[in-house]
Design a protein around this ligand. Structure first.
Ligand code: ZN
Ligand code: ZN
Length: 305
């Protein structure tokens, strides 16, 4: 919804007593969670984003890092960050898989190149470059050519991140070693590997390079990632929901308000309190996404009833 449209809509609902504004003081140094990887610009949130964010706030989330998969979402995350200043923080990135459903395919250089000027235009607004990365799932990246083109798009965006002095928010599937090696070769120092599922030994190479790792609620359903989470030091772990995907039940939309599930799961594996996980992961997130620290003021949520 465009800003003017949103205001008109609000005035209309307000007159009907079906809208309210909730003012919130955002203290980024206060206690709370940071959802380091979520897709707030996804179509699944178009109808009720205000309520979703209100529930997140009530669940203790104090900041959300909103990634994109394609350039069509760039303006949307910027608008969200202007509507919820100090609460929603935008990233720009072209995901290694493009399209959806039957049309899901490996990224091509033309999915990125025409939009490069937008990274420059909004360089002051974005807090990271992402979601970028490599997805070598065999049925999406069948040929060497497709995988090479993914690497080209990934490298180009890593270079943009370096040029803009921004961290990267990274997806890696069936490509753990190549992803980490590529980032190390390019001298990337600030990176979040979201929903990482590679071998613990490869993850530890990432830890050595200073990278962080985050895990969405879905991982708590099985014990598959327990070994990985146990080995990664807490100082290299952040929290994410990857909303609207990767919730506990894949048939139910995930949302940032579910962040406690990730926190409790990590706490259980590490044998420490949820409070300790919240505190350390939030410090890690503020260190990684350092632009978040600039925000410390009143924001507001418009809620339609
Ligand atoms: Zn991803
Ligand atoms: Zn994602």
């Amino acid at each position: 919804m465009k800003t003017r449209g949103l205001i008109t809509h609000f005035v209309y609902k307000f007159k009907q007593k079906r809208a309210q504004i909730i003012f919130i003081y955002t203290n980024i140094m206060a206690r709370g969670f940071i959802d380091c990887h979520c897709h707030l610009s996804a179509d699944e949130f178009t109808q009720d984003i205000d309520d979703v964010l209100l529930r997140a706030k009530r669940a203790g989330v104090k900041a959300l890092v909103a990634v994109t998969e394609g350039a069509s979402e760039f303006e949307k995350v910027i608008l969200l960050s202007k509507t919820y200043p100090g609460f929603v923080f935008p990233c720009f990135g072209i995901h290694p898989l493009q399209g959806s459903g039957q049309d899901l395919h490996s990224v091509r250089i033309q999915d990125l190149e025409p939009f490069l000027p937008l990274f420059q235009k909004y360089r002051a607004d974005i807090v990271a470059v992402g979601e970028i990365g490599l997805d070598f799932t065999p049925w999406f990246a069948r040929t060497t050519q497709e995988r090479d083109e993914q690497i080209k798009v990934f490298i180009k965006q890593l270079e943009i991140a370096k040029e803009l002095d921004l961290p990267v928010n990274v997806h890696s599937r069936s490509a753990a070693k190549v992803t980490i090696d590529t980032m190390k070769e390019l001298g990337i120092r600030q990176a979040l590997l979201h929903n990482f599922a590679g071998k613990p030994s490869v993850a530890m190479e990432g830890v050595q390079a200073g990278f962080c790792f985050s895990f969405p609620p879905a991982v708590s359903k099985t014990e598959q990632r327990a070994k990985l989470i146990r080995q990664i030091p807490l100082e290299h772990i952040c929290l994410e929901t990857d909303s609207p995907a990767l919730g506990i039940d894949k048939h139910i939309r995930n949302e940032p308000g579910n962040i406690m599930i990730c926190c409790e799961y990590i706490a259980k594996i590490k044998g420490i309190s949820s409070d300790a996980v919240m505190e350390v992961t939030t410090q890690n997130a503020l260190r990684l996404f350092s632009k978040l620290k600039r925000y410390n003021y009143f924001s507001y949520i418009v809620s339609f009833c």
